[in-house]
Design a protein around this ligand. Structure first.
Ligand SMILES: CC(C)(COP(=O)(O)OP(=O)(O)OC[C@H]1O[C@@H](n2cnc3c(N)ncnc32)[C@H](O)[C@@H]1OP(=O)(O)O)[C@@H](O)C(=O)NCCC(=O)NCCS
Length: 159
């Protein structure tokens, strides 16, 4: 898609990211403070995309503290009007090449009912001709909120 631009976020983007996540169920909405910190301290491993100067997508991730070759993807979001155009994949490719060239593996979690998210990560693995393994990780009983689904761990790689 033409007119899409990609860049690392900064402190001033935190609020817009918060608003985008707020309007993107079923994502968990974290505090505005959390997004401000992510956009500042973790800007290297986060990326945003803009369409006509409006925020159209965002990925937060960080280097796994116990696995130095693994990028843990925390949240991926694309504006609801722009889904289905492989924008999330473009963001993740750029994030890795520019901010995390050391990443050989990607880990993330998905809830079993989130088909779009699961498809996105499976497609990403296929595009990179690598495997996507699934493991049980955060079971339902671990969450404070009874209505929270379990979170399955996906491990993609080697890239
Ligand atoms: C998951 C998400 C980031 C994918 O972004 P995207 O740029 O639309 O990704 P893709 O274009 O690669 O599409 C991925 C899948 O989304 C689904 N999809 C396609 N068009 C869609 C649309 N208009 N609306 C919703 N989902 C759609 C399809 O299942 C597609 O897989 P397929 O092409 O194999 O059928 C996006 O759907 C989103 O922001 N969802 C809400 C937030 C969320 O759940 N994030 C993931 C958990 S962290």
């Amino acid at each position: 898609m033409k007119a899409l631009s990609f860049r690392q976020p900064g402190l001033k983007d935190g609020r817009a990211v918060y608003e985008l996540i707020k309007n993107s169920p079923p994502l968990d909405l974290n505090s505005c403070y959390c997004y401000l910190l992510l956009c500042d301290h973790f800007s290297k491993t986060c990326i945003l995309t803009e369409y006509r100067s409006q925020l159209a997508g965002f990925i937060s991730s960080y280097r796994h503290p116990e696995k130095q070759d693994t990028l843990f993807v925390w949240q991926v979001v694309v504006h609801k009007d722009m889904r289905g155009r492989r924008i999330a994949g473009q963001m993740l490719d750029r994030l890795i090449s520019e901010g995390a060239p050391w990443a050989s593996y990607i880990e993330t979690t998905v809830t079993p009912s989130n088909d779009s998210s699961l498809r996105f990560f499976q497609n990403f693995a296929e595009m990179h001709e690598t495997s996507c393994r699934t493991m049980r990780y955060m079971t339902k009983d671990l969450f404070c909120d009874d209505s929270h689904e379990e979170e399955i761990l996906l491990r993609i790689g080697p890239l």
